[in-house]
Design a protein around this ligand. Structure first.
Ligand code: ADP
Ligand code: MG
Length: 470
């Protein structure tokens, strides 16, 4: 049975309401940028049995959404409406160029000291972060090279390297440094044309210009800037024409002696989906890495943030040194988590009207500590599950459908979903290149079997113990 959403059935409004709530959640989760670039393209078409069908204007958008956002979409849809079990995204060329031109790049037009920063062609509330400046960046051994080269790049005089490529793990300060460069250049010269955008945004703009057959203005726009800053280039993958265009833009800016700054979560040579030419060109200038913060740096950052917080609270709070040390020791993952932890502790103390001591910090951070204790990998799960059922890891990965392999495979998929933060498509890929729907099916199957059989439920509990405990 197919229910067309354009017909007058009562279901229509239900589904639109569902989708509206889901969109709101997605927007909240991913922010305006991703929402506008990708998610907004999804148009509800119809409900086909238990499958909600969407259309998008291009294959690329479909693939991108499928690779990055589809499990969250399914998750939220199920949360809103349990009658919908699956989604399907189809490409509908009729949707091309439906919403006029959206232009959300940041052209910083004014000195940041004037509160009213204005943006040309700005239609979204998406400014550079005012807190991300060099003054607020704490320098230590793990990030000193990146900091020094970012500083250098922000100087008005001629530069001695170009491009600057900054790489490092998440939450280590890449975006902070890039925004700092943009602010500082603007401070030196109000008229400098600085363009900062994420690689996702760059791709989206390019694809859009292709769709609208207007690549000329795209080229013009990007090639007329003085400084181009592209964040998270690792997301510009699997699409050779975009990479090609990026490469041209990039080359022509370098030829014109314009500054180019790029960040990534990995070194240029590890950008696997990039053409060798591009990889080598990216490392022509200066490549600076940011290493995970060591204890000293974490300690310094916390001291600075604690100081800022106490200013904010007009010296009404006092974060004792032993609390700072405790946090710096316990939260080793990244600076973002470190900041989050400190804020959480302060908020809680304020709310409960309690002094900020180590005991309070311990209580507040229990959750955070548990999750940052150890990262479980899919490989680990596969080998432990194989071991438990006395089969080989290859059998878990294989296409063999006999029950004695298929069941452990489903269990391993289920545990991967429950115990890691990998997405459904990623899990599918790790299991011999299977589709994300196979993973969803496995998770559902295991959940069902758990309720049907005590023995099975017991198996899952024991396996969860095995996987999480070592
Ligand atoms: P990335 O882009 O590398 O994922 P961000 O630049 O977004 O990381 O940094 C995450 C958070 O940590 C931001 O709030 C940033 O201000 C803060 N941060 C990271 N490194 C430092 C540092 N060295 N000094 C002060 N704050 C930092
Ligand atoms: Mg970042």
């Amino acid at each position: 049975m197919i229910q067309d959403l354009n017909s007058q059935q009562p279901l229509v409004s239900d589904i639109k309401t569902t989708w509206y709530s889901v969109l709101k959640k997605l927007n909240k989760e991913y922010g305006n940028e991703i929402y506008n670039s990708w998610l907004k393209n999804l148009k509800v078409k119809m409900l086909e049995n238990e499958t909600l069908v969407f259309s998008v204007p291009s294959k690329f958008i479909r693939d991108w959404i499928t690779a990055h956002y589809v499990d969250k979409i399914i998750f939220y849809i199920e949360e809103e409406n349990s009658n919908i079990k699956r989604v399907k995204i189809i490409v509908d060329a009729m949707l091309v160029a439906d919403q006029g031109s959206v232009n959300n790049d940041i052209f910083i037009e004014k000195n940041r000291k004037s509160k009213a920063v204005s943006y040309t062609q700005q239609s979204d509330d998406w400014p550079l972060d005012e807190r991300f400046t060099f003054e607020k960046f704490v320098v230590g051994h793990p990030n000193e090279l990146a900091y020094a080269s970012a500083k250098r790049m922000a100087q008005p005089e001629k530069f001695d390297f170009n491009p600057l490529f900054i790489y490092g793990g998440v939450g280590l300060g890449k975006t902070h440094l890039m925004h700092s460069i943009a602010w500082e250049i603007k401070n030196h010269n109000e008229n400098a044309k600085v363009l900062y955008l994420s690689a996702e945004r760059f791709m989206f703009q390019f694809i859009k210009s292709l769709r609208q057959k207007d690549t000329m203005s795209f080229k013009q726009k990007f090639r007329s800037v003085d400084v181009l800053i592209i964040d998270d280039i690792q997301f510009m993958m699997g699409k050779s024409s975009t990479q090609e265009e990026f490469f041209h833009t990039f080359n022509s800016l370098l030829d014109l002696n314009k500054k180019v700054i790029i960040s990534s979560d990995r070194a240029p040579s590890d950008l696997d989906s990039f053409d060798d030419r591009i990889k080598s060109r990216l490392s022509w200038g200066l490549v600076a890495d940011i290493l995970p913060a060591n204890f000293e740096l974490r300690h310094e950052i916390l001291k600075k943030k604690a100081h800022e917080l106490s200013l904010k609270y007009e010296n009404k709070i006092n974060i004792a040194e032993d609390v700072v040390v405790f946090l710096a020791k316990t939260i080793a993952n990244n600076v973002r988590e470190l900041e989050g932890a400190l804020n959480k502790v302060v908020t809680f103390a304020n709310l409960m009207n309690r002094a900020i001591d180590v005991e309070l910090a311990q209580t507040v951070l229990k959750d955070l500590l548990r999750s940052s204790n150890r990262r479980i990998t899919i490989d680990e799960i596969q080998s432990k599950v194989a071991n438990y059922f006395n089969i080989k890891v290859e059998d878990i990965m294989s296409a063999k459908r006999i029950r004695s392999f298929a069941r452990p495979r489903q269990i391993a998929m289920y545990l991967s979903k429950k115990l890691t933060s990998r997405s459904l498509p990623e899990i599918g890929r790790k299991f011999g290149g299977r589709d994300h729907t196979t993973v969803i099916h496995a998770v559902k199957k295991v959940e069902q079997l758990k309720t049907e059989s005590n023995k099975f439920d017991e198996d899952i509990n024991v396996l969860t113990q095995i996987v999480t405990s070592s």
